[in-house]
Design a protein around this ligand. Structure first.
Ligand code: ZN
Length: 253
């Protein structure tokens, strides 16, 4: 709860940055205009000087907290935009253009809360698996990936987590770097442009990369996703085999 409150404060600070910056610029503009209209005289008026000092103090008071937040904040970690990639495979391209794919039916919550799952993906039971909260273009591509994985490779795929609130992102980051490296708004999950997926086998969720069948599945999943212009976490230094995201400029606009 403590972390969540801190995260909310952080997010609030982030959101109020723009009005704060505008206020600071406005204050500086007013001060400059005042100096132009009433240039300082040789014999300075103590009342006016006190007025000036008060104004400067108030400006500093308003400006310091947001500036401190900005300075203490880690550097922007969101990935750069990437150009759209057209699928090389004409059949996949046709799928993307053509039929309307429907999200799979939700699985029972128990699927995501077994001891095995909890060990590999802590806090997964509270994850958001609503396809409607994903960016539409991204969801469409991910559904094509699921479709190709099932039809061509015989893997039934499962969405483990899609949209992730900044509060939850902070909680995951606080749990340690093995859970998440990204802070609030540093992951495309917060924009509905990323998803973590795994596989179903015999009615059970299979996440482990140590399972050769799952590992083969992850490789294929990565290949199919990349052919659709998505970025696959399996290529990162901190490998995240189930993660895909869409970094296109079109999708984020
Ligand atoms: Zn992810």
């Amino acid at each position: 709860m403590q972390v969540s409150r801190a995260a909310s404060a952080f997010v609030l600070m982030e959101r109020t940055m723009v009005p704060f910056t505008v206020a600071i610029i406005f204050a500086i503009a007013v001060a400059a205009a005042w100096l132009l209209l009433y240039p300082p005289q040789r014999k300075s008026d103590p009342r006016r000087r006190r007025f000036f000092l008060l104004g400067a103090g108030a400006t500093a008071l308003v400006a310091v907290p947001p500036l401190a937040v900005r300075l203490m904040r880690p550097r922007q970690l969101l990935p750069p935009f990437e150009a759209q990639v057209r699928p090389a495979d004409p059949r996949i391209a046709a799928l993307l253009q053509g039929e309307h794919l429907v999200p799979p039916l939700p699985l029972p919550p128990m699927t995501f809360s077994t001891a095995e799952v909890e060990l590999l993906r802590p806090m997964l039971s509270l994850a958001d698996r609503d396809w409607q909260r994903l960016d539409q273009d991204f969801a469409r591509r991910l559904l094509v990936v699921f479709n190709v994985m099932r039809e061509r490779h015989g893997y039934q795929m499962v969405l483990l987590e899609g949209f992730r609130s900044p509060e939850r992102q902070e909680r995951l980051a606080a749990a340690g770097s093995h859970v998440s490296n990204a802070r609030a708004f540093q992951s495309l999950h917060q924009y509905g442009l990323a998803a973590d997926c795994a596989f179903m086998r015999d009615g059970r969720l299979v996440i482990s990369e140590r399972d050769p069948w799952a590992m083969r599945g992850y490789q294929l999943y990565g290949e199919v996703a990349e052919s659709l212009g998505m970025t696959w976490g399996g290529r990162w230094a901190m490998m995240d085999f189930g993660h895909t995201e869409l970094r296109s400029r079109d999708a984020r606009a």
